[in-house]
Design a protein around this ligand. Sequence first.
Ligand code: ADP
Ligand code: ADP
Ligand code: MG
Length: 659
Amino acid sequence: MFSKILIANRGEIACRVIKTARRMGIKTTAVYSDADRGARHVAMADEAVHIGGSAARESYLVVDKILDAAKRAGAQAIHPGYGFLSENAGFAEACGQAGVVFIGPPPAAIRAMGSKSEAKKIMEKARVPLVPGYHGDDQSPELLAKEAQRIGFPVLIKASAGGGGKGMRVVEEAAKFGDALAGAKREAKASFADDHVLVEKYLTRPRHIEIQVFADSHGNCLYLFERDCSIQRRHQKVIEEAPAPNMDPARRKQMGEAAVAAAKAIGYVGAGTVEFIANQDGTFYFMEMNTRLQVEHPVTEMITGQDLVEWQLVVASGGKMPLTQDQLRIDGHAVEVRLYAEDPNRNFLPSTGTLVHLRLPTEGLHVRVDTGVREGDTVTPYYDPMIAKVIVHDRDRTSTMRRMAALMGETEVVGVTTNAGLLKALCSHPAFVGGEVDTGFIERHRDELFAKMGQADDRAFAIATLARVAESTPRSNDPWDQKNGFRLLEVGHDEVHWKDGEREVAVIVRRLRSGMLELGLPGGPVEASVQRGDGRLAIRLGNDTFTAAVVRRQVADGTDYTLFADGGSQRLRLVDPLDVTQYEAVAAGEGSVRSPLPGKIIDLKVKAGDTVSRGQPLLVLEAMKMEHTLAAPADGTVKSVRYGVGEQVPEGAELVEFE
Ligand code: ADP
Ligand code: ADP
Ligand code: MG
């Protein structure tokens, strides 16, 4: 076995490989780009080597830099993860020449499956069933159009070198074939520098079912059952599960054996996946083979109790696979969801930004979370916008989905838009839970799944208002609190204004003699109380007691409050920024502005000598995961600014002094 490996990847897969290596007593070297200096995989590895600029082509895709890092680190092998160089035969070859083991299949096997057209030719010979289609070398538009006619519409045009759903076009009728072909070729050329395409029958309501295969260098080859990855958007997986719903044992064996035949046909070694497209009646056809570990491998690990990265390391170091086909069993059901920083309502456009608040499900007996980010990290435009994979394992499919829907409802992300709401809707959709599974599911059920973020109700306005009250009511044991007399709502009443889209709502807050609050909500008055604790608010609203997380975030044109409660989330805009700053600046007291909370200065907007007017922002303080803008309490001149950007300040610290 190796004593040290280098991981030529980033994000959750790099972290995941490190985890297994560590358990096996293998040292790890990470590589990182500029954008990843502070990334989780860098912190997790035993050592890390900087390999270049943020763009992948300046770092994670540069063969020489990675080999050089491996040499300097004294790594005996390289794990490529997935994406990046994992299916690059040239890289696998270069590793061999440099005397480093490539943890993956032989270069020839990668090459054989690298082109979807070539792969289909090989599979044809191995008698693996193929989707009716054309995968020949003649690429003249006339011939391709004629082939499409022969296959029968609808057809699918695919880039032979394709991946990630790029260079694919569905064509419904002959008249549209020419334009679609030109489009697919343009996209293929741009993405893969190769515009070779194939044409195949476009199946209606198909399922994506894939088989995990494994082979060692001693001639053993087996399958670790199937995964159903039919829930997709833009031909890309969103939810994956194992075993596939409604799979009968005979069909499983048939598909498993077809996949093993495919692997054997190309002299495969290591972990691979043979992807099939299946009709609802169970008939299936070879689609492509991915010659690497797959994003969704955890569901297979959960139902088989195996660690596929461990298997990869054993096989790559020349060992035999730990088990034989007969020893493998399916235990229960597993599902994985891909939590993406993307906006389902804007055609799944990736969303970038800093994860100012991140609460992922807690790992446990039934729950696994593979992630490459932590709170405070940034989702950049450079790489895949995946935040985490959440995996649930339970005794049957229904329990698994119920558990996952609940976990998605408890997931809290502020700073980027995510698909958590969609994932929750999917895992609790009666049709999906009932076993309706095909690649058109999301589109067909769009209306129910994409229910727009509901209009805020009284409960939402109450939670947001209580969050504001809690902010201005420091815990009573605060010594500084005693010095400073200010408290919002000490006497009389106050009004908080919220905006929910275009709708504006004022909530009147009164402190009752009993110590309770009375909230004047659109639907009438309600008694309430709130307590701060451990990042969450303990709320009593009428007869209801519950907790909520509220994250306050300064945005360019105001202050947003994101509420997480009742398994959902809501965003409200606080109206009148002056109102925000007023209470925060009240700390001013004797001609100075003090820090209302312990925190860090992240922006200074004034310097000594500046004249400021009442309400003008002075600085931004980051505290309790939120940004607070402190403003001038009155017109005046700045005498001194006591702290610099990046400095940590204690609660009550004098930040800005006035003449
Ligand atoms: P899988 O096939 O393993 O389920 P994906 O198809 O989503 O997963 O791709 C695996 C990884 O490879 C992801 O990190 C994805 O961003 C990356 N990837 C997919 N297609 C491409 C591509 N054409 N070029 C580079 N990276 C890609
Ligand atoms: P990629 O390299 O992008 O993963 P695939 O060939 O694996 O490309 O196809 C991606 C997805 O496109 C499949 O999971 C499936 O949803 C859809 N697809 C591919 N081929 C067909 C087909 N012949 N009929 C219907 N859908 C298909
Ligand atoms: Mg695929």
